[in-house]
Design a protein around this ligand. Structure first.
Ligand code: 1GP
Length: 231
């Protein structure tokens, strides 16, 4: 196993070079328009994430193959469940939903994925995933049957992220939920970043250049944008 993707996250974080991932939801992605999608990607895009809370079986593999054929931008799976793991991507955010207390998304889906991962060449990156209240019920909340942490509970968010780092996780992802009304507030991003030694991913409800820059300034190493590019 090589750690090319994670090493690039670490070195970007050290050099303060900001990363941008565009998230593709395989359920709404039109494979016949892959080239149009790739042409429209912001030039600063460093990664393509592929995943959704619920995706029709087999769709992720088709979408990843088609994107892979047409670009050299690294593709990372961001799976809602084990059915979305496909070997043809470059890497996998191996998520554990640390904000919730549902064992299915803390460890059960991860155990179920091992038979698929054992012989795969995917770079598996352990990621502590925290769902934060983005002002509306998110798909993650519905599917995982867990409550998000309120943006007012900054200490709880910081402690949960830090617990992920102590557990040996390699990345922390603060998620306000796809299409969130309120993205993760800059004060939360800085509070978490101040305590972490590992790179920090921020996503959910980021639609404008200003919101993206605010997240970077507060300490996000990588920003994820999805909904705004689905249109
Ligand atoms: C959702 O964080 C991502 O999982 C991106 O959210 O679709 O709101 O950009 P948006």
């Amino acid at each position: 196993m090589t750690y090319k993707l994670y090493d690039s996250f670490l070195s970007a974080s050290v050099k303060n070079k900001k990363l941008l991932a565009i998230l593709v939801d395989p359920d709404v992605f039109n494979v016949s328009e892959t080239n149009i999608f790739l042409r429209k990607l912001p030039k600063e895009t460093t990664h393509i994430f592929v995943g959704g809370s619920t995706v029709e079986n087999g769709k992720t593999e088709k979408v990843v193959s088609e994107i892979k054929k047409n670009t050299s931008i690294p593709i990372l799976l961001f799976p809602g469940d084990v059915s979305q793991i496909t070997n043809n991507a470059d890497g996998l955010l191996f998520l554990s939903l640390l904000s919730g207390r549902n064992p299915e998304y803390l460890i059960e889906q991860q155990v179920k994925s091992v038979s698929k991962l054992r012989n795969s060449s995917l770079e598996v990156i352990s990621t502590g995933y925290l769902l934060i209240d983005g002002g509306k019920t998110s798909a993650v909340e519905r599917v995982s049957k867990t409550r998000p942490i309120s943006q007012k509970k900054i200490q709880q968010i910081v402690d949960t992220a830090k617990a992920g780092e102590y557990l040996g996780m390699k990345l922390i992802y603060l998620e306000a939920g796809s299409g969130a009304k309120i993205p993760i507030l800059p004060e939360i991003i800085s509070a978490v970043k101040n305590e972490l030694k590992i790179p920090l991913i921020i996503g959910g409800g980021i639609k404008s250049e200003k919101q993206k820059q605010d997240a970077y300034k507060a300490g996000a190493d990588l920003v994820v944008m999805g909904t705004v590019f689905e249109k």
